[in-house]
Design a protein around this ligand. Structure first.
Ligand code: FAD
Length: 291
C-alpha cells in the first residue's frame, strides 16, 4: 500500500521508526523487537538506512520481514550523498524486488573527506526515484530548521523544491516543544507546501539519549525536560516513566492541534512503544472512526 493513501483514509497516521542493528551485531535483536510489537499495529514502520554513511545497511532485509512476516507497510529510508546513480538504481531494484512501495528519500549525513557525488540534495534523489520506478516518496523536514541552513526561510524554500519533485508526505525531525512544530507547520503551509507533515516524537527515557541523539540533532530542550533530567537522571526507572508521560502529553497536544500524523522514534524499544501506544491509541482510533 502506498502511504499517501493512508493519509486519505485517516485523520491521524501513526507510525514507528526503527534502525537496523550494526553489521556485526546480532540481527535477531531487531526481530525480537518486532515480535514484541505484535498486536500494536502502527500504520507503517520506517527503517533507517546507512546511518553514519555505512553502505552495509540491512534496511532492505528488515523491510522485507516487516512486510511479509508482520504484515505492516515498510517505509525504507534511502540516502544519496555518498552514492552514485548506479548504486541508487541497484538499491531501487532491490527494494522493488521485495515489494517495497514507499521510500523516505534523504540526502544523508556528510562524511568528511568523501568524494562523490551524483546527488547534492535529497530533492535530486526524489527526482531520480520518480524516474526509476513507481514508488511513493516521502521526505524529511526540520521544525527547528536544518542545521546547515542559514535561516528558516531558506530551509523552507529548499523544502518546497523537494516536495515539488514528488514527495507525498514529510516526516519531521524530533522536537520537544510543540509550539515550535505548530509555528513551523504554519510557515510550511504559507510557503504553499500542502502535503501531510507527520510530527516526529522521540520519548526521552534514558539518560544516555540526552548527550547522544538529542545533542546530535541539536533539538532545543525545554525547561520542563531539563527539570525532568535533573531530577531523574540517576534513577532509570523514574526517568523511563517521566519520559513516557512527557511523550504521551506531547502527542495528545499534537493530536488536539490537528496534526495529520505522529511518527514515533521508538529507538528499537518495544516496551516504550507499547506503553505510549496504549495511552494514545484510543484517541487516534476514535478520530479515525470519524474520518
Ligand atoms: P536535504 O533535503 O537535501 O536538506 C539538507 C540541507 O540542504 C538543508 O539545509 C536544506 O535546506 C539544503 N538544501 C536542500 N535542497 C537544496 C537546494 N536545492 N539548494 C540548496 N540547498 C538545499 N540519515 C541517514 O543517514 N539515514 C537515515 O535513515 C536517516 N533518516 C532520517 C529520517 C528523518 C525523519 C530525518 C529528519 C532525518 C534522517 N536522517 C537520516 C538524517 C538526514 O540524512 C540528515 O539530516 C541530512 O543532513 C539531511 O538530509 P535531508 O534529506 O533532510 O536533506
Amino acid at each position: 500500500m502506498k502511504i499517501c493513501d493512508l493519509f486519505k483514509e485517516k485523520k491521524v497516521v501513526y507510525s514507528f521508526e526503527i534502525f537496523p542493528p550494526k553489521v556485526n551485531d546480532d540481527i535477531n535483536k531487531i526481530y525480537d523487537t518486532l515480535s514484541e510489537l505484535k498486536g500494536v499495529n502502527p500504520d507503517y514502520i520506517s527503517i533507517t538506512y546507512s546511518a553514519g554513511g555505512s553502505k552495509n545497511s540491512r534496511t532492505k532485509e528488515i523491510a522485507e520481514i516487516v512486510k511479509t512476516k508482520y504484515g505492516i507497510e515498510p517505509l525504507a529510508h534511502l540516502t544519496c550523498i555518498n552514492s552514485t546513480k548506479e548504486e541508487v538504481k541497484s538499491a531501487l531494484e532491490g527494494l522493488k524486488g521485495i515489494g517495497v512501495e514507499n521510500i523516505l528519500a534523504l540526502r544523508g549525513d556528510r562524511i568528511e573527506g568523501a568524494v562523490k557525488t551524483d546527488f547534492a540534495h535529497a530533492s535530486d534523489l526524489v527526482e531520480y526515484i520518480k524516474q526509476n520506478g513507481d514508488f511513493n516518496v516521502a521526505g524529511a523536514c526540520y521544525p527547528e530548521g536544518h542545521p546547515e541552513s542559514a535561516n528558516m526561510v531558506e530551509d523552507i524554500r529548499n523544502l518546497k523544491i523537494k516536495v515539488d519533485k514528488g514527495v507525498t508526505h514529510l516526516n519531521s525531525q524530533l522536537f520537544f516543544d510543540n509550539d515550535d512544530f505548530l509555528k513551523y507547520l504554519d510557515m510550511v503551509r504559507l510557503a504553499g507546501i500542502d502535503v501531510p507533515v507527520q510530527a516526529g516524537v522521540m520519548p526521552l527515557v534514558k539518560a544516555s539519549q540526552f548527550g547522544g541523539i538529542v545533542k546530535m540533532t541539536g533539538a532545543k530542550i525545554p525547561s520542563k525536560i531539563s527539570r525532568m533530567y535533573s531530577k531523574f537522571a540517576d534513577d532509570p526507572e523514574s526517568l523511563m516513566e517521566a519520559g513516557i508521560a512527557y511523550a504521551t502529553d506531547q502527542i495528545v497536544d499534537l493530536i488536539s492541534s490537528g496534526v495529520q500524523g505522529i511518527h514515533l522514534y521508538i529507538m528499537n524499544n518495544s516496551y516504550v512503544a507499547k506503553r505510549i501506544t496504549k495511552n494514545i491509541q484510543p484517541l487516534i482510533e476514535k478520530l479515525n472512526k470519524k474520518a
